[in-house]
Design a protein around this ligand. Structure first.
Ligand code: BG6
Length: 502
């Protein structure tokens, strides 16, 4: 295995070992995710020589395409979306093991073609029957594909299944989906993706909390006033009306990414960094959360407005969206984690599309100093200490604290101590999918969600959306390019608090 000394490119990725030879089959290969994320991530792994020498990729989708056409399309995807420069030698080596199979999986014939392509490639590349199946397909075809894969499992080599979101649309459908997978695969063969867990900055929350002695003693209700988690996007729904109309912000972001960020922030220290230890602690947090009452939840939908100087349509005007749609594109909530560490400490969370700008942050706001011995006027510009984890963009951590303004008298103002990834480390940050694909190949499920977490997440969402079926919200209630509906501000104002300024 190459070390970071031999290969400085490895610095951005902590490499434990190289995966076994294997074939990665992507179902949904004509989709956006494959072009924008998966193939560019695989290229970046190849660029850093992190893939096994004996490796193959099979794309599977409905679109009729030859191997050659598929390779050309993927080459373009890498040129447009990969974070690394395009190198012919890296691409040629990767493309040599690339095949494409067109099928809708509704018939045996398609299954047979895939099976023989896999068998041929396995022989050619020497991948010992090891298979990773990446399922980036709509829920309606999910059952059929899993069944077909399960039926044709061979005793030869290992099999792992990476499952993209959405994992169901409520608790019942998630359980159903899981039953269909578990009929053929063991839990330790199933890798449910939440790509936020693959983000460096999210993992760094674990490093911040558990690799430093100074934070843990104050990471609790005695010192923390409240926590704010923001997942703001300036983009709209990007042509995904079919999916988004049924999901809304609550299922698209809250159910998975947001709750995972919260769980990582609130969890107890795991005894080690293994899949079960980490997930055991996260699921306890999710279990400790109770359903917020209707007054503690605000939902919104964007109307027409301006984002970064450009006029954009309202949600109801987007192509494919019902002009009367009541789908939420924004959700804010006040949540509680009812345990000894966090009882009575509010976790204010908000997420939305078409907000003023892209920003994902976790802000821990500490209680005020109990008795500042300064005159009131001199500390007017002083705010409480806040530790902000900037998940994206401008990845890093900042700590707000009071400092004396130079000069006569004792004037205090808030200043920031910043750690920026860009400045501290030489290499760029790997994409979440690089880390996650590699982990799945290695069989490490630490950064994937276990079924009990998924179930807890859905239970909470189901309870939150139940009252929504009855009311007709006055949508749109925020113009695109703003920070969401005014009622989201009230959520905090009522408690004598405010959302962090941007
Ligand atoms: C996806 C959602 O899971 O996450 C998208 O389906 C959203 O709607 C995306 O835009 C955000 O991911 P990132 O990595 O850009 O923050």
């Amino acid at each position: 295995m190459a070390t970071t000394q031999e290969n400085p490119l490895l610095e951005g990725l902590h490499v434990r070992r190289t995966p076994d030879p294997c074939i990665l089959t992507i179902f949904g290969a004509s989709g956006d995710l494959t072009q924008r994320k998966l193939i560019p991530a695989l290229y970046s792994l190849a660029f850093r020589r992190l893939l096994p020498d004996r490796f193959g990729i099979v794309g599977v989708a409905r679109t009729e395409e030859s191997d050659e056409e598929f390779r050309d399309r993927m080459k373009e995807a890498v040129q447009n979306h990969a974070r690394d420069e395009f190198r012919d030698d890296v691409w040629d080596a990767l493309a040599a093991g690339m095949r494409y199979v067109a099928t809708d999986f509704a018939d045996e014939e398609g299954e047979n073609r895939l099976a023989s392509t896999l068998a041929e490639l396995d022989e050619e590349r020497g991948t010992n029957g090891n298979r990773v199946y990446y399922l980036a397909i709509p829920p309606v075809v999910f059952g059929t594909v899993v069944e077909a894969l399960g039926k044709r499992r061979t005793a030869h080599g290992w099999t792992r299944l990476i499952v993209e979101k959405p994992f169901g649309h409520d608790l019942e459908s998630a359980r159903e989906l899981n039953r269909s997978i578990e009929a053929h695969f063991e839990e330790n063969e199933i890798f449910r993706i939440d790509h936020y867990l693959g983000k460096e900055t999210v993992q760094n929350m674990l490093a911040l909390r558990f690799a430093n002695g100074i934070f843990e003693p104050i990471w609790n209700r005695q010192f923390v006033d409240h926590v704010q988690v923001t997942v703001a996007e300036s983009i709209g729904i990007e042509g995904r009306a079919g999916y988004y109309e049924k999901s809304g912000a609550i299922r698209d972001i809250f159910q998975n990414h947001l709750l995972q960020l919260l769980a990582i922030t609130a969890m107890e220290p795991p005894i080690d960094f293994t899949a079960d230890s980490v997930r055991n602690e996260k699921v306890k947090v999710l279990r400790a959360m109770h359903t917020p009452g209707p007054k503690s939840v605000v939902r919104g939908q964007y109307g027409r407005g301006f984002v970064e100087g450009e006029e954009v349509p309202g949600y109801r005007e987007e192509e494919g969206v019902d002009p009367q749609s009541t789908t939420d594109t924004y959700v804010a909530a006040k949540l509680y984690v009812d345990n000894w560490r966090w009882a009575d400490t509010p976790f204010y969370v908000r997420m939305g599309k078409r907000l003023a700008r892209r920003e994902t942050t976790i802000a821990i706001q500490f209680k005020r100093a109990p008795h500042p011995p300064f005159e009131e006027l001199s500390s007017e510009g002083l705010r409480p200490n806040v530790l902000v984890v900037h998940v994206q963009p401008d990845e890093g951590i900042s700590l707000a604290m009071g400092a004396k303004v130079p000069g006569q008298g004792m004037n205090i103002r808030t200043v920031h101590m910043d750690f920026l990834y860009g400045g501290a480390f030489r290499t760029g940050l790997p994409e979440a999918y690089e880390r996650l694909i590699l982990d799945a190949m290695l069989g490490d499920a630490t950064l994937f969600t276990r079924i009990d977490e998924v179930e807890e997440q859905w239970s909470l969402v189901d309870a939150m959306v139940a009252p929504w079926a009855r009311d007709r919200p006055a949508f749109p209630n925020y113009p695109a390019g703003t920070w969401g509906p005014p009622s989201a501000d009230d959520l905090l104002i009522r408690d004598g608090r405010a959302w962090r300024k941007h």
